[in-house]
Design a binder for this molecule. Sequence first.
Ligand code: 5GP
Ligand code: ZN
Length: 112
Amino acid sequence: MSDCLFCKIAGGEIPSKKVYEDELCYAFYDIDPQAPTHFLVIPKAHIASVAEVTPENAAVVAHIFTVIAKVTKDLGLESYRVVSNIGEQAGQSVFHLHFHVLSGRDMTWPPG
Ligand code: 5GP
Ligand code: ZN
């Protein structure tokens, strides 16, 4: 999608600090970290949010979770939180599917 920030980041058009990359997904550190470790994992193909996941495009979501399991192990993270905000009321500000991975501090529940 030509006017999407995360499509531009995944394509290298906008610089970011890479954590991991393969043919299907891209992981990079959040520009405004909310924990000592905070990175985002996105599909390279544009999907607006979890609300747009379908049987046809769901394989990339399973793949992203295998990447989260691997990358967190590689970074030595034993406890972490995975979050995806869907819609403005839930706090979504970029409308390209992304999973926040947050670690390195105590987390509260329920989330704010
Ligand atoms: P959301 O608010 O949609 O759940 O998450 C979007 C996230 O993207 C936010 O945590 C925000 O800090 C991050 N973000 C927004 N613009 C950029 C950017 O240009 N580069 C990086 N690395 N992160 C960004
Ligand atoms: Zn996009």
